[in-house]
Write a protein of this length. Structure first.
Length: 188
């Protein structure tokens, strides 16, 4: 009979090193499916797999059995947010770099026209959004500020406020739903 991921995790937590290898092998399909689902970049596949494996090994030390989720569920969530987080980091392009065609810099190619109305609407929308965030209950506001304004991961927020990983996810979802409802009321 095949052992469950939870049983293998317990062996690893007790110090059996060979169980760590077994855990990595058993979680390999989850790592691959998470990459394909949340960050499908085949040119970086080897690096992404290694990052997933490192996350599994780090999670062994971070996971506590008193979490309300089994180790496999915990890993699914951690891998999801690892690869989703990679989408948030973008490569920056300097505007002072030559475009290569005629030697002009990207900055020289930008249009000079100001869009006063669009800029005003954008600033007004940002102000409304900030008011909504500030009006959230404390815990929801802390999670939203940490995730969106400070670019903290779900795990970092969980550690900062001493709450479970799943609680952070649920709190974030509730806050976004509350803000969405408030926006719908204002649109009516």
């Amino acid at each position: 009979m095949e052992r469950t991921i939870q049983e293998i995790y317990i062996d690893v937590a007790r110090g059996r090193e060979e169980a760590a290898l077994e855990l990595l092998l058993r979680l390999q399909p989850l790592i691959l499916s998470s990459i394909k689902k949340y960050y499908n970049r085949t040119d970086e596949m080897d690096d992404l797999i290694q990052e997933g494996r490192l996350l599994v090994l780090d999670s062994i030390n971070e996971y506590r059995e008193d979490y309300s989720v089994p180790f496999l569920g915990y890993m699914k969530s951690r891998l999801k947010y690892l690869y989703l987080g990679k989408n948030r980091s973008r490569r920056l392009l300097s505007l002072n770099v030559s475009n290569g065609e005629d030697g002009e810099e990207h900055l020289d190619l930008l249009a000079d026209g100001f869009q006063v109305e669009e800029d005003y609407i954008c600033r007004e929308s940002e102000a409304e959004l900030l008011k909504m965030v500030l009006s959230l209950p404390d815990r929801e506001r802390q999670v939203i500020q940490g995730f969106y304004f400070e670019n903290l991961s779900i795990g970092d927020i969980s550690k900062r406020y001493g709450i479970t990983y799943r609680t952070v996810i649920n709190t974030k979802r509730r806050a976004l739903e509350r803000m969405r409802r408030e926006m719908e009321v204002k649109d009516v």
